[in-house]
Every structure is written in structure tokens, then in C-alpha cells.
Design a protein around this ligand. Structure first.
Ligand SMILES: C[S@@+](CC[C@H](N)C(=O)[O-])C[C@H]1O[C@@H](n2cnc3c(N)ncnc32)[C@H](O)[C@@H]1O
Length: 267
């Protein structure tokens, strides 16, 4: 495993989060869910994980996202990372949606926080949440059930979703691209373009590339294996290269950005 030892995350933030997160709630989630059975049920049969995903730890968690520990601690930590408020940040995705999408796919949905907000905002839309981690999907499904929402959760690669061309009219991804190598981010955007019907929209919410480029200490803090490559890149350029038009990236608070693009209707 290619992880740096004694990073700021490991030395200071991990113990700090250990103090502020609600341990009772974590224990309840760990006990309430039969993680082995549920993760097996959620897993696609004979799934082969890509090396870029298997070979790394994320946020210093040994085993990365393929652990129940990652799934249970993700939300309690993320609420502090998305300053000044997680819901304000995620709300930017919902506000950016044009019209009334009928079918939405949220790529790299994780524990489903944005996916769930999309379903709440567009209750009549058919919504798919797709991720590489069965454990994160188990958590997402648990949250959706608690909220009484019907969302389809799928264990698949965002860069090879197996859906037909043009099946969706909105493709979203939150906090996914800073966790993938650049060539995979670009492959995911191409797949997103393929999945959209003409006139369909893509919305990407992630770390602010401009800010991350100028603040190496921020990339150091989060112990993310691919965040420096992400910071050096340009979502605008990647979206353009994937075929999107009307590409626009705006800051969301200080540390995040929201990019949108459209699949043109060909004449
Ligand atoms: C930082 S989390 C973001 C989760 C969620 N979208 C959110 O906004 O909180 C990144 C997620 O992307 C997933 N992921 C990474 N690479 C992926 C890929 N190639 N295909 C599908 N999911 C992927 C991880 O398993 C993880 O759940």
C-alpha cells in the first residue's frame, strides 16, 4: 500500500475526528447492519477491482473504501470537511440542475448523500447511485431506506457502467474526481457523455482545483493518493475533451467548485 507515514492527517486530524464524532452513532450503525451479508448482497458477482482503487488507502483508512469502517465513518467526517456546511455545499448541485430530469445517475455516489438530496428534490425522477464500494452502497441504501426513498444502488465502475447510450438526462458526480487518476477521471467523463441523451446535463462537484494548486498543505492534509494530479488538471478542459459544451466552473465557498456542461443536440 502506497501511503505516506506520519502525515498531518495521521498525526493530528485522525485523532481529532476521533474525539468529535459521535461514537454511539457509529456503534449503532456497526451493530445494526450485518456488514458481511449486506456487502455480499450488494456486490456484483466476480467483480474485478481496478488496480488504481485496490492499491491505495484513502484518508489514511487501511483497505480504502472496501471496509465497513470507511462506510460508517465517511459521513461523520465529511460533515466537518465540507465547511462551512455540508448541506450548503451539496445544495449547489441541486441548484445547478436545469429543468426536471426524468432519469439521473450519480457516479461514485459513496454513502449517497447527494443522491438522496437529488431524489428529494426530484421525487418523480428515476435515480441510480453507482459506486465501486459495496460497503459505501450498503450505507447509502440504509440511509435511503431510513428516509423512505426509492433509489437503485449499483456496484459498478463509473467508467464502464453497462447502461445503454442516452439513458439518462442528468449525470452527477460529487467528490469523485480528486480520488481517481486523471486518465480515469477523463474516461468517466466520456462515459457520462455517452450515457446522456442529447440536451442532457452533467454536474460535477469537487475540490477547487485553483485553490488546491496554491495550497499544497491542503492536499497533504487529506492523504488522498491522486489529489495532486487532480489539482494540476482542469475539469473544464476534461469536460470539453469529453464532448461537453456550455462548460462552466464556479467556486463553491472557498475549497470547492461546481462544473456543469451539456451534451449538445446535434442538428
Ligand atoms: C470521496 S467519496 C465521494 C462519495 C459521494 N459522492 C459524496 O459526495 O460524498 C468517493 C467515492 O467514489 C468511489 N469511486 C472511486 N472510484 C470509482 C470508480 N471508478 N467508479 C465508481 N466509484 C468510484 C469510491 O468508492 C467512493 O465511494
Amino acid at each position: 500500500m502506497a501511503t505516506k507515514q506520519h502525515t498531518i492527517w495521521e498525526k493530528f486530524l485522525q485523532p481529532l475526528f476521533g474525539l468529535i464524532i459521535d461514537r454511539e452513532e457509529l456503534k449503532k450503525l456497526s451493530d445494526n447492519i450485518d456488514w458481511d451479508t449486506e456487502s455480499d448482497r450488494m456486490s456484483s458477482p466476480e467483480f474485478v477491482y481496478p488496480e488504481y482503487y485496490l492499491s491505495q488507502n484513502f484518508h489514511g483508512v487501511e483497505g480504502g473504501y472496501l471496509t465497513s469502517g470507511a462506510a460508517v465513518t465517511y459521513d461523520p467526517v465529511t460533515q466537518y470537511v465540507l465547511a462551512p456546511s455540508e448541506s450548503w455545499n451539496r445544495e449547489a448541485v441541486i441548484k445547478a440542475v436545469k429543468g426536471n430530469p426524468r432519469k439521473i445517475i450519480d457516479l461514485g455516489c459513496g454513502t449517497g448523500s447527494t443522491t438522496i438530496m437529488l431524489k428529494q428534490a426530484f421525487p418523480n425522477a428515476e435515480i441510480v447511485g453507482l459506486d465501486l464500494s459495496p460497503q459505501m452502497l450498503v450505507m447509502a441504501e440504509y440511509k435511503a431506506q431510513q428516509a423512505g426513498l426509492n433509489i437503485q444502488w449499483l456496484h459498478r465502475l463509473a467508467e464502464a457502467t453497462n447502461f445503454a447510450d442516452g439513458e439518462f438526462d442528468l449525470v452527477t458526480a460529487s467528490l469523485l474526481f480528486h480520488e481517481t487518476p486523471t486518465d480515469i477521471a477523463q474516461a468517466i467523463l466520456k462515459e457520462g457523455y455517452r450515457l446522456l441523451s442529447p440536451g442532457g446535463q452533467v454536474i460535477i462537484f469537487d475540490g477547487n482545483q485553483k485553490v488546491l494548486r496554491q495550497t499544497p498543505w491542503l492536499t497533504e492534509i487529506f492523504e488522498e493518493p491522486y489529489i495532486n494530479d487532480y489539482a494540476a488538471g482542469s475539469l473544464d478542459a476534461w469536460l470539453g475533451a469529453a464532448g461537453f459544451t456550455k462548460v462552466l466552473t464556479e467556486d463553491v465557498w472557498w475549497t470547492n467548485q461546481l462544473s456543469t456542461g451539456v451534451k449538445s443536440v446535434s442538428i
